[in-house]
Design a protein around this ligand. Structure first.
Ligand code: NAD
Ligand code: MG
Length: 397
């Protein structure tokens, strides 16, 4: 790949974003950086924009505009603020864009970049979970390519290169088991925020780290696997693998199981998407198998990890259930971070929201549209909020 490529990074100041910026900064002559976006960390965003000589820097928050503008004064870099400005930045043509905003806020910018073809490197898992069929249809309509960046999905994607997906029997997504994998079940209800914020293997953003402890992250990944690759719920398995060195395995009808191994460094999956369809040099540690010695696996106990059962429900229900699941999960996470509910209440809350919506027949939808997805996001968050605020207690009391 010799021509200079136009690239944008949405969520540049986050964990995935920083790793993406790191790779781009190692070969500045290869890239023309169009837009970088971030949140409140405007000093860091401005620094990245200067290092990469970006055309435009956007903060998600209008109140941060003046601060960002002050940091970039005299640099010649354009400055903008707000969600609409992020979506406008996505309208600027690129050959490659990274979608690494956290949460449902990442959906619209990703969709807008698809409109000008090119490659969308997708880390934002909420996009596939909430609007998978719509996102894929939009990519097809505009001749754009979506490449998975979540390490498990990059692993499956790589294991499938040159294979006929009709010959796939099963896909196994590995899970570290998160911060509490060795805790006794009865202690889980008392898990604190600080305890949920430490991950045994990976250094990631706060929200995904807590989702890893509850296995909501893995639940999202099972749904992503179904949406992106088109496998059925029955074909998608998960197994606890404490070392997190095998990211996923693909099993074929001749009994072969292709495993993808890699270090705990998201720059591998990001670099694969950046250099695809070639394999470029990526500066991650090389695994020393003899030093690792052994790899372990154990069953993912549904009693310990109710989020996995909810993921099965979503995979089998389809329609708007992914949008409802994600919104309820985000609201549950906010409530846990805010100290309003306990660790195990998160799964109970998501389950209750799904039950209520299923009871109203609201999860059914033959054809997803952006409006329907955003409406469901709003409705499910509201129900979750009402339950957190005590509605359920009042009703049952
Ligand atoms: P993070 O919290 O570290 O960073 C999130 C980024 O989004 C930051 O730049 C932040 O400023 C921006 N942001 C936050 N709220 C925003 C909003 N409302 N509007 C616009 N921008 C906003 O998150 P992360 O760990 O880098 O994860 C990003 C996405 O990638 C998530 O969807 C996550 O599930 C997925 N992912 C992350 C990893 C990982 O290793 N961190 C691995 C696989 C997938
Ligand atoms: Mg992952």
């Amino acid at each position: 790949m010799s021509a200079v490529r136009r690239v944008s990074v949405f969520g540049a100041t986050g964990s995935i974003g920083e790793n993406t910026v790191d790779l781009i900064a190692r070969a500045p002559e290869a890239y023309n950086v169009v837009a970088l976006t971030g949140g409140r960390n405007v000093a860091r965003l401005a620094e990245q924009a200067k290092v990469l000589n970006a055309d435009l820097a956007v903060t998600a928050f209008e109140e941060c505009y003046a601060d960002l503008a002050a940091h970039l004064e005299g640099s010649g870099i354009e400055v903008a603020a707000g969600q609409a400005a992020i979506a406008d930045a996505a309208d600027r043509p690129t050959d490659w864009a990274m979608s690494a905003i956290v949460g449902a806020a990442g959906l619209v910018p990703g969709l807008r970049t698809l409109r000008h073809g090119g490659i969308l490197a997708l880390a934002n898992k909420e996009s596939l979970v909430t609007a998978g069929p719509y996102l894929l249809a939009e990519a097809k309509r505009h001749g754009a390519t979506i490449l998975p960046v979540d390490s498990e999905h990059s692993a499956v994607f790589q294991a499938l290169v040159g294979e006929d997906s009709a010959a796939v029997e099963r896909v196994i997504i590995t899970a570290s088991g998160g911060a509490f994998r060795d805790w006794p079940l009865e202690r889980l209800s008392e898990a604190t925020l600080a305890e949920a914020c430490s991950h045994p293997n990976w250094d990631m953003g706060q929200r995904i780290t807590i989702d890893s402890a509850s296995l909501f992250n893995k639940a999202m990944e099972l749904i992503e696997t179904k949406e992106f690759f088109g496998f059925t719920s029955d074909q998608i398995e998960t197994v606890i693998h404490p070392e997190s060195l095998i990211h996923a395995l693909v099993g074929f009808r001749d009994g072969a199981l292709m495993a993808h191994l890699g270090p705990h460094d998201m720059r591998h999956a990001i670099g694969y998407a950046l250099h695809w369809p070639e394999r470029g040099h990526v500066p991650v540690d090389r695994l020393d198998l003899a030093a690792i010695g052994s790899l372990n696996f154990r069953t993912a106990d549904p009693e310990r990890y109710p989020a996995l059962t909810l993921a099965r429900y979503v995979m089998e229900t389809g329609g708007l259930s992914g949008a409802a699941f994600n919104a309820a999960k985000e609201a549950a996470l906010d409530a846990f971070i805010g100290g309003k509910i306990g660790f195990l209440d998160m799964a109970r809350l998501v389950e209750t929201v799904l039950e209520r919506l299923a009871g109203d027949n609201s999860l059914k939808c033959d054809k997803l549209t952006l409006d329907r997805v955003l409406d469901m996001d709003h409705v499910a968050r509201k129900i979750a909020q009402t339950i957190v605020d005590g509605d359920r207690l009042r009703q049952s009391g």
